[in-house]
Design a protein around this ligand. Structure first.
Ligand SMILES: [Cu+2]
Length: 145
């Protein structure tokens, strides 16, 4: 099961989030992919959701053995390419939800508004789901910040 959205030339495939534990103040939203079918590049420049105080675009970078998250001003979406934001990518990007209003629970759905430089704003629905297989276990503590 998957869901998707359109915003101009962009195809936004399956926004999802992993459940958070009680008391956790941060969560992460991922996307199976953002495909840019246009002839010009676009950029994801921000996001907001009623479930969090604010949202940062973050990129994981490996520094030695340690995965650190860096805030990005924007995520490039080159023309003709698909950019994935997967929970199990070693160097992946994601949308970090800061100051969560309440824990993200398996099965919940909530809106997030994505802001693109060219395609404008688009509200999409995030599905909270426990990753299949060993996704979460393969990357323990990735969002312990
Ligand atoms: Cu993060």
């Amino acid at each position: 099961m998957a869901h998707g959205f359109k915003a101009g030339d962009l195809r936004i495939d399956h926004p999802y989030a992993t459940p958070t534990g009680p008391g956790m103040r941060t969560g992460a939203v991922y996307l199976r992919g953002i495909q840019n079918l246009g002839r010009q590049g676009d950029r994801l420049v921000g996001a907001s959701t009623p479930r969090a105080g604010h949202v940062e675009i973050q990129q994981v970078r490996l520094e030695g053995d340690i995965a650190r998250m860096h805030s990005l001003p924007a995520l490039e979406l080159p023309a003709g390419e698909t950019v994935a934001l997967r929970h199990n990518a070693a160097d992946g990007a994601h949308l970090m939800l800061l100051d969560l209003t309440q824990p993200l629970e398996d099965g919940q759905r909530f809106p997030i508004t994505l802001r693109f430089e060219r395609a404008g704003e688009r509200e999409v629905i995030v599905w909270v789901q426990t990753p299949r297989a060993r996704g979460a276990a393969a990357n323990p503590g990735a969002h312990a910040h």
